[in-house]
Design a protein around this ligand. Structure first.
Ligand code: TZP
Ligand code: MG
Length: 214
């Protein structure tokens, strides 16, 4: 049974977000786990991306690390990588492999998250056996090159009401806007820069988890 509480403080990162360095990413994720993140997504994107062997090695290390803290690890977009490293879940975007294909490949083995940012997409997701949907970007973001325009908290609230799946909000979320994001009744937030660029992870993660404790 999927537990929506894992969506409260969902850290998303790849080497492109942490000094282009696998060891720096591992160190950052270790600190984030020690300080209480509730889920992690390995999202390796952009020109700095590692070759397949390096991705599998780093993914396996991240999986073992997350497992030692009892925190689920999701892989962004890459079903093969997710299977190779025995990830707990896979996250699929609108521009990625068809979610129906992903569900039939891994649906019973792994949790499946799916990105949506329009009512049509949420209605489509309502017919699927995905575990959660990711909605965003809520605010402008510098962390995703091809991000869609920001939808804002009011549209987020509409999509939360429409969705039969738990919703994790993403895009430009930080301690300045946790309150209005949490007021939409989404299950939590997924963040890159808020944690990637923060040296006080204890305080940052505590504030985030408190905001989404409904
Ligand atoms: N998908 C939609 S916005 C986004 C992704 C991966 C980037 C989120 O990064 P940040 O730094 O938390 O805005
Ligand atoms: Mg993707």
């Amino acid at each position: 049974m999927f537990d929506p509480a894992i969506l409260r403080c969902y850290f998303v990162a790849g080497t492109q977000d942490i000094h282009h360095s696998p060891s720096a990413l591992l160190a950052k994720v270790t600190m984030a786990l020690k300080n209480g993140i509730t889920a992690f997504q390995f999202r390796e994107k952009g020109s700095s991306h590692l070759d397949e062997t390096a991705k599998i090695e780093l993914g396996g290390q991240l999986k073992r690390l997350c497992q030692s803290y009892g925190v689920p690890l999701f892989v962004d977009d890459d079903v093969q990588l997710a299977q190779q490293i025995h990830a707990d879940g896979i996250h699929v975007g609108q521009k990625d492999q068809q979610v129906e294909q992903v569900l039939s490949a891994v649906g019973s083995q792994m949790m499946v998250g799916y990105s949506c940012n329009t009512s049509e997409q949420v209605e489509h997701a309502n017919k699927l056996a995905v575990d959660y949907i990711g909605v965003g970007p809520i605010y402008p973001t510098d962390s995703k090159a091809d991000a869609d325009p920001a939808i804002g908290p009011q549209q987020l609230q509409k999509l939360v009401q429409l969705s039969k799946h738990p919703v994790v909000a993403i895009g430009g979320i930080n301690n300045q806007n946790f309150g209005e994001v949490a007021n939409t009744n989404c299950a939590g937030a997924a963040v890159i820069s808020y944690l990637a660029n923060n040296n006080n992870l204890r305080e940052a993660i505590d504030q985030m988890k408190t905001a989404f404790e409904h």
